[in-house]
Design a protein around this ligand. Structure first.
Ligand code: GLN
Ligand code: ZN
Length: 759
């Protein structure tokens, strides 16, 4: 017998039902009971979709974030939130979203918890907070309610929680005290919880410990030993789950922990499975995550079986199989993608299909491949179709990729020479002012895009409307007095999806939503084959925008690394290769923009940092091909063409060398919230090119004053020479309203003028 299970499931709903319910609830348009009703519906539907599994996750459903749920379960709510009073749900959303009180136009500190990325995924969690005085208590009602709900429905539930060590590892110590001092008190809460769960008649609990795939110091490794020794008399069986990577130095540690089962990601840790089998004692269950929970490709079931059958022969009932990780990171169901190319659809598996794949594999192991003959044949056909499809392979592009030489990635001259030449063309003042690209997207303009996509408006009418929007945007920027203008990005729904839509080799889904954080979802485009730019993408809009003004208009593109990291990409070649392929497509757009008279081109790379591998030992390799791809995209231009890039996060220290290696003439970054502190790192590193440190936080509706921005720039001037400084906001303005943008940019331009007068 082989046991099947699932580690977690998407919770947002096929049509993002949870998103809309949440947003209505936050606006006061939906009652708490109606929101809870929605939660029940989604859980019920999720459980029935996973019905083929022997154990079904319970407690993985969340209104906002499962790490935040864990903080609530452990009674770890910061004092500033507790003080506000209110129900558990109020506190929950307050910690998730905060409230930015405004006083005299100045934003007061938000009380929301910090948000950060969940390992190497695009999912963001609310960071648990600790101080040396943190205390914990069990607050199990949410989890118990869901377990009760599952019981009533006859579900064989397996509660899912985050393990004590990973929970601490994910958190932040506000007073820099050692987080591990809390381990013992946390363990008592876990012990209490396990006793309660056992009382409910549950057999297994899934304890997520993905920190085991990271590089751990000996203190953290010891914490693992201590934690699970403490919990070893637990009345229910513990399945420790790891995912996203291999165990490496933690392999023997993971095997040694006194628990009943261990789950590993059999895709990322395939090479470790033999040694795991040898190291794991006879009475323990080994759960193999055999179906990739991070991509949208069908698994090659026959190949997986070839590999799995001998393991099953050895382990028999000690073997469990599952998706590699929670399916939170993939869309729900491919069955609803009726508008997608039907050939491509046959290659894809979303969450529902991945569960089916696990079930088929289990059947084949139990009863022999004959028992699932038809399914395996279908799967073979799909594999074959994908391997041989004309849609995947493009001979001309392959040839071009083989012809790339290192010269492609090099500018003709060094930055200093280029800067001098660019000055003679651009005639920009000191402290040139610019924006990051997007201007407010009104609901009207979103409507226009949607109606055009649905075929409700014709191309001419659509073009006219976008041109009108561009013209308004240019007029506004001219009257504000900005130096380098942008067209405003009104035609773009999303910076990655837009380019995906226009490149051959990409497919777009209708309902392929993946939760990014809270109610925010993204719909990553699917890169399935060799990418080709069949025609210019942004050229027409850029030329039109430039025709309206004498000031330079920046061409605006998404960079290859960001395209890669924010798409679902093919798994039949290394990511580095796909990134290079994207770079070449973007390079063509860059060169066309230049030929058409665009003198400044911005290539956004906000996702460069996100792509960093989990293991630091692999960073250099990644950064080297990622930076190379950016350079290939950017550097086909003359010295007089100015290349900008933009990144919006506040951790650069450890990747500055790579950033300098990108050699963009100007980089605009997010700095306002860190009070320009970030620039010190650039100074220490002797960053050689120009920088536009963001002078105001676009996430806040508050209107920054001129004085405030002058002050920030003066701080910037302490660290960087004035002839290499630009003045711009932190990021794009698309989520703001014109009423906020106009006065803010007015103050910003005035600040630059004031600075010029001072020097
Ligand atoms: N050019 C994009 C914009 O302004 C950049 C977005 C981003 O940094 N994420 O919207
Ligand atoms: Zn940004």
């Amino acid at each position: 017998m082989v046991t099947t299970h699932s580690l977690g499931f998407p919770r947002i709903g096929l049509k993002r039902e949870l998103k809309f319910a949440l947003e209505a609830y936050w606006k006061g348009q939906l009652s708490q009971s109606a929101l809870e009703e929605m939660g029940i519906l989604l859980r019920q539907s999720n459980w029935s979709l996973q019905n083929g599994m022997a154990y079904i996750p319970c407690g993985d459903f969340s209104y906002y974030d499962h790490v935040l749920d864990m903080s609530l379960l452990l009674g770890n709510i910061p004092q500033r939130i507790v003080q506000k009073g209110g129900s558990d749900l109020d506190k929950y959303f307050l910690l998730a979203r905060g409230k930015t009180a405004e006083k005299n136009g100045q934003t007061q500190e938000s009380i929301a918890g910090e948000m950060t990325k969940w390992f190497d995924t695009n999912y963001h969690y609310i960071v648990p907070e600790f101080t040396k005085d943190s205390s914990f208590h069990l607050n199990p009602s949410r989890l118990l309610d869901q377990i009760e709900e599952a019981k009533v429905r006859g579900i064989s539930a397996k509660p899912v929680i985050i393990g004590p060590v990973t929970y601490l590892w994910l958190g932040k110590s506000w007073d820099h005290s050692d987080k591990l001092i809390h381990l013992e008190s946390l363990l008592k809460v876990y012990e209490e919880l396990f006793a309660l769960l056992a009382e409910k008649g549950l057999e297994w609990v899934q304890v997520d410990e993905p920190a085991l795939v990271t590089q751990l110091s000996s203190e953290w490794q010891e914490a693992y030993e201590r934690a699970y020794q403490f919990l070893q008399n637990s009345p229910l069986k513990i399945m420790i789950t790891t995912y996203f990577g291999a165990l490496r130095d933690n392999l023997t540690l993971a095997c040694r922990l006194p628990v009943q089962g261990l789950h590993v990601d059999a895709l990322n840790a395939r090479h470790e499975i033999d040694s795991l089998i040898q190291n794991l004692s006879e009475e323990k269950v080994l759960s193999l995550g055999v179906v990739n929970g991070r991509n949208i490709w069908k698994d090659n079931l026959t190949e997986t079986l070839e590999w799995l059958e001998p393991i099953y022969a050895k382990l028999q009932k000690r073997l469990w199989i599952a998706p590699s990780c929670s399916l939170l990171h993939v869309p729900l169901d491919i069955a609803f993608e009726t508008a997608m190319d039907p050939e491509i659809v046959t290659w894809l598996a979303f969450a529902v299909q991945k569960i089916e794949e696990v079930a088929i594999l289990a059947q084949a192991l139990k009863k022999g491949r004959k028992a699932v003959y038809a399914q395996l044949e279908d799967n073979k056909k799909a594999m074959n179709s994908r391997k041989t499809s004309q849609r995947v392979y493009n001979a001309a592009i392959r040839e071009e990729m083989a012809s790339v030489t290192p010269e492609w990635g090099k500018r003709l001259s060094h930055y200093k020479q280029r800067a001098a030449l660019q000055n003679t063309v651009l005639h920009l003042p000191l402290f040139p002012t610019t924006t990051i690209g997007s201007f407010p997207q009104t609901s009207e303009i979103r409507q226009v895009r949607m109606r055009y996509r649905k075929g409700e408006i014709q191309k001419e009418a659509y073009d006219r409307r976008i041109r009108q929007e561009i013209a308004t945007c240019i007029t506004q920027q001219e009257s504000l007095g900005l130096d380098v203008l942008v067209h405003g990005e009104a035609e773009r729904n999303d910076m990655v999806e837009y380019f995906g839509e226009h490149l051959q080799g990409y497919a777009l889904s209708r309902n392929g939503w993946v939760q990014s954080y809270g109610s925010r979802c993204v719909k990553p485009p699917i890169l399935y084959g060799d990418v080709e730019r069949l025609a210019p993408i942004t050229l027409e809009w850029a030329i039109y925008a430039q025709s309206l003004t004498d000031r330079p208009v920046k061409g605006m593109l998404t960079g290859p690394v960001t395209m890669l990291n924010w798409s679902f990409v093919r798994d039949d070649q290394p990511r580095s290769q796909t990134c290079l392929n994207l770079a070449m497509a973007i390079r063509k757009e860059v060169c066309d923009l230049e030929t058409s008279g665009i003198t400044i081109i911005q290539i956004d790379e906000p996702a460069l940092r996100e792509g960093l591998p989990l293991h630091q030992s692999e960073w250099d390799t990644y950064l080297s091909w990622a930076v190379n791809a950016f350079r290939i995209a950017a550097n086909g231009v003359k010295d007089t063409t100015q290349i900008h890039t933009h990144m919006c996060y506040s951790e650069f220290n450890d990747i500055l060398e790579a950033i300098a290696g990108m050699d963009a003439d100007v980089i605009t970054i997010e700095t306002s919230r860190s009070n320009m502190e970030l620039l010190r790192a650039f100074e220490r590193f002797k960053y050689p090119n120009a920088i536009g440190p963001g002078v105001y936080d676009i996430h806040s509706p508050a209107i920054p004053s001129q004085a405030q921005m002058v002050r920030l720039m003066e701080k910037a001037m302490e660290t960087l020479p004035i002839d290499r400084l630009w003045v711009n906001p932190d990021c794009g303005l698309k989520t703001r309203r014109w009423e906020e943008v106009i006065p803010s940019l007015h103050h910003m331009v005035q600040a630059a003028i004031q600075l010029r007068e001072k020097v």
